[in-house]
Design a protein around this ligand. Structure first.
Ligand code: SAH
Ligand code: SF4
Ligand code: F3S
Length: 476
């Protein structure tokens, strides 16, 4: 791709553009006012997929809120229903198809409700076309690259009474200044970059999220400062590969420098980030975590497969040796570091011998927890064209074997923490057992007795018990 073009284009915060979208938000507000006669219109937003999608939904909510909307968790009460979709695996897509199909009756009952679809699935033309055709009660379809145009698109749909289908091809821009309505009051997502240029052969993300582009350092730092000053305690910096942050920016910078600078902001908070790609994970970053005042002692470093042969087929640009070098350096520099990872089981052509390499890697590293996935072919990706002779049953068997091994490792890791005093953030009340659900810096769940008044505060817990991968403790 032509970086210089991307740079020029992404290098703006378009005041006129935002003013134009504000103008549409006002028009929506007027139209809804006429419809609801003073009552607030309600929106139901359902988000599938990763935190990037959650962050996008928070922007859509920000825009709707500005237009006078409130939010509901009951689709039946909503004037506007939006599904923000994910395309990463077939299962994710199937759920969307099923759940959108189920809205047919709702639309019959409430013909005034406007139903819309957006997100990664809509950036795949064949899927967006199919959904647009199969679900005539869906009035608005737009992809990830059209998010900033949402006010205009929504207004066009409302005003014309016609269906609107928008897939913008410009995947190189960054729009600063879109309003955000955050779901949490003490945990927040902070996108530092968008898109992905890595093209791992199994992955659809680069096709649906466009080219990698970084936000300017000042924009990120200012947003972080705002969050910290307004009392956010747990801030996660987001990007598909945060380690390549800064590529293409005029000001030379690295991710380690960015997070190091945010860490200097005064306050009581944790700084997290995801996702790191092992090919770009530097010692400088690990040193920054080790020396950080606020950076959580947690490294999520997806390795996907322990077999060098499979890693090559996946186009991951590192091998097992390089991965273990980074991990060992992290263990050395960050005492008690919590390591987590993503793994794909059953990549096309993977043999049981390859799979055993993955098993041996998790035994060697001893991860706190793992996100494990069975390979799912994605139309348009190179891996979907590769021969895949292993049956689904066989892959499920390997998958279960992996879970069993990891369960034992996680249980031992948690048991070794009994007796520790851990700083925890109280997040919620577990509805099943009434206990406070908290997390430590390593992102491990800690359950404690206590009052719900403590939600959103840091506490210290003495760890009294380990239950598989969950800790129990007493607030001291
Ligand atoms: N950018 C992140 C991952 C984004 S997708 C990274 O590079 O680590 C999250 C995870 O979904 C991936 O790490 C991978 O383990 C899994 N995944 C992606 N595509 C998949 C596919 N086609 N089948 C199964 N799992 C997949
Ligand atoms: Fe997908 Fe690879 Fe990009 Fe992660 S780095 S989003 S796995 S292509
Ligand atoms: Fe899914 Fe899109 Fe995230 S495909 S995993 S929501 S970037």
């Amino acid at each position: 791709m032509d970086r210089s073009i991307a740079l020029q284009k992404s290098d703006f915060s378009d005041k006129n553009f935002l003013e134009k979208q504000d103008y549409y938000l006002n028009l929506i507000s007027e139209l809804m006012d006429i419809r609801k006669r003073g009552e607030k219109p309600l929106a139901f937003i359902h988000t599938y997929g990763c935190q990037q999608n959650v962050a996008d939904s928070e922007k859509i909510k920000g825009m709707l809120y500005k237009a006078g909307f409130d939010f509901t968790d009951k689709p039946d009460d909503a004037d506007f229903i939006l599904f923000n979709t994910c395309a990463v695996r077939e299962h994710a897509e199937d759920r969307v198809f099923g759940n959108v199909g189920a809205l047919k009756n709702l639309k019959r009952k409430h013909p005034q409700t406007l139903i819309a679809l957006c997100g990664c699935m809509m950036e795949q033309k064949h899927i967006a076309d199919r959904m647009y055709k199969s679900f005539p009660f869906v009035s608005l379809v737009f992809g990830t690259h059209s998010l900033q145009n949402f006010p205009e698109l929504y207004y066009r749909t409302l005003f014309s009474g016609k269906r609107v289908y928008e897939r913008d091809n410009d995947d190189k821009l960054i729009y600063e200044g879109i309003p955000v309505k955050r779901d949490g009051t003490f945990k927040s997502w902070l996108p530092i970059m968008y898109g992905c240029d890595n093209f791992c052969t199994y992955c659809i993300v680069p096709y649906v999220r466009g080219r990698e582009r970084s936000r300017k350092k000042d924009d990120v730092i200012n947003e972080a400062r705002e969050l910290i000053n307004s009392g956010y305690k747990d801030i996660t910096l987001l990007g598909q590969n945060v380690n390549s942050y800064g590529k293409g920016l005029e000001e030379k910078t690295t991710f380690a420098q960015l997070i190091g600078e945010i860490d200097q902001i005064e306050g009581d908070y944790w700084l997290r980030f995801m996702t790191s790609h092992p090919k770009d994970c530097s010692k400088e970053l690990i040193d920054t975590i080790a020396n950080g005042k606020h950076i959580s002692k947690h490294l999520h470093l997806p390795f996907q497969s322990g077999s060098d042969r499979v890693l090559k087929q996946m186009n991951r640009h590192y091998d097992r040796k390089k991965y273990l070098e980074i991990i060992n350096y992290a263990k050395e520099r960050i005492p008690d570091v919590s390591l987590t990872s993503d793994i794909i089981v059953g990549f096309p052509g993977e043999t049981y011998e390859d799979f055993k390499e993955t098993l041996s890697l998790i035994k060697e590293v001893k991860f706190t927890s793992l996100f494990t996935f069975i390979y799912s072919p994605r139309v348009g990706t190179p891996a979907a064209e590769m021969a895949d002779p292993i049956s689904a049953e066989e892959k499920s068997k390997w998958f279960r074997e992996l879970l069993a091994v990891q369960e034992e490792i996680a249980a031992k890791r948690c048991a070794s923490m009994v007796g520790n005093n851990e700083k925890i953030l109280v997040e919620s009340v577990n509805e099943k057992n009434g206990k406070l659900q908290c997390r430590n810096s390593g992102n491990i769940i800690v359950e404690c007795e206590g009052s719900s008044d403590l939600i959103g505060t840091f506490q210290t817990a003495k760890i009294t018990e380990a239950r598989n991968w969950i800790l129990r403790g007493k607030i001291v």
